[in-house]
Design a protein around this ligand. Structure first.
Ligand code: FES
Length: 275
């Protein structure tokens, strides 16, 4: 992964796509280095004194030199971002974190699982819950560029199915809603059982209860799963230690088995972390 730096970007467009959820495209040199599952830190107005807000990358347009983020308003910082209009200058720290190792994942996948050999098939399954859905878009795009069509299961609160049309460009999209107003009533795992989908490999991002369920499901089914714990991050830059979690990996210096999600993750192999 390349080193992080603070750069100035510029808003290209912004729109509200669901209640409290905004879709922001910014022109920034960081687009060259960004990949699925990574995030950036966006500075609030007087950025000199405040820590940036970590926001995950939804889509990368390397040709245009632009990054897309889809975020939920959760406090004063993100409420301020939502007021931005095109041409607004933005201070950004990035690219941050370790994302989904798409190429390695696919190499392992094709090595261990041959979809064609198994009647009924097994799928590469992306699971996104709530504000964990946006990173699935860049992930699906990268997988599709490698010739894979994933099954993408998106879990929403209600019928505001933000990004569902964008996701459909790169895979087969299935939805779940908590209130049953669209798709399957329930969560993303309910969709798998209802639709009879058997994953060969899972990549997930969403709230912690969902990720715990995904980890348990993957262990039970013997399926490799990568999960993004980005929900647990606060500062995003290694400063607050609010994101420490237990892992099976030992730090070579301190010999402890703790990891900072923002610097060593946010994506981990599910069996590697205690959540
Ligand atoms: Fe602050 Fe990781 S989020 S140290």
């Amino acid at each position: 992964m390349s080193g992080k730096k603070k750069v100035q970007g510029r808003v290209l467009s912004q729109q509200k796509i669901a209640p409290g959820i905004y879709d922001l495209w910014m022109e920034t040199e960081l687009a060259k280095e960004a990949g699925a599952g990574q995030f950036i830190g966006i500075y609030p107005e007087d950025g000199a004194h405040l820590l940036p807000r970590p926001i995950s990358i939804c889509e990368v347009d390397k040709e245009r030199g632009a990054l897309r983020v889809v975020y939920r308003i959760v406090g004063a910082g993100t409420a301020w971002f939502a007021t931005w209009k095109p041409k607004q200058k933005v201070d950004i720290l990035g690219v941050l974190g370790n994302g989904y190792p798409v190429r390695e994942i696919l190499e392992n996948y094709t090595g261990k699982e041959n979809k064609k050999e198994e009647p009924g098939g097994r799928e590469i399954v992306l699971l996104g819950g709530g504000i964990g859905i946006p990173p699935m878009l860049e992930l699906a795009k990268e997988l599709s560029a490698q010739g894979t069509e994933p099954v993408i299961v998106a879990g929403y609160r209600d019928q505001n199915l933000f990004l569902a049309d964008d996701l459909a460009k790169y895979g087969r999209v299935l939805t779940a809603t908590e209130d049953g107003s669209a798709g399957v009533k329930g969560n993303v795992l309910d969709v798998l059982s209802k639709e009879g989908i058997r994953p060969a490999l899972i990549m997930a991002c969403g709230p912690m209860p969902m990720l715990r369920a995904v980890k348990a499901f993957a262990a039970k089914e013997g399926v490799l799963a990568y999960i993004s714990l980005e929900e647990r991050m606060a500062c995003g830059v290694g400063a607050c230690l609010g994101c420490v979690c237990k892992t099976t990996r030992k730090d070579p210096h301190s010999h402890v088995k703790n990891a900072r999600i923002c610097t060593e993750g946010p994506v981990f192999e599910a069996g590697e972390v205690e959540i």
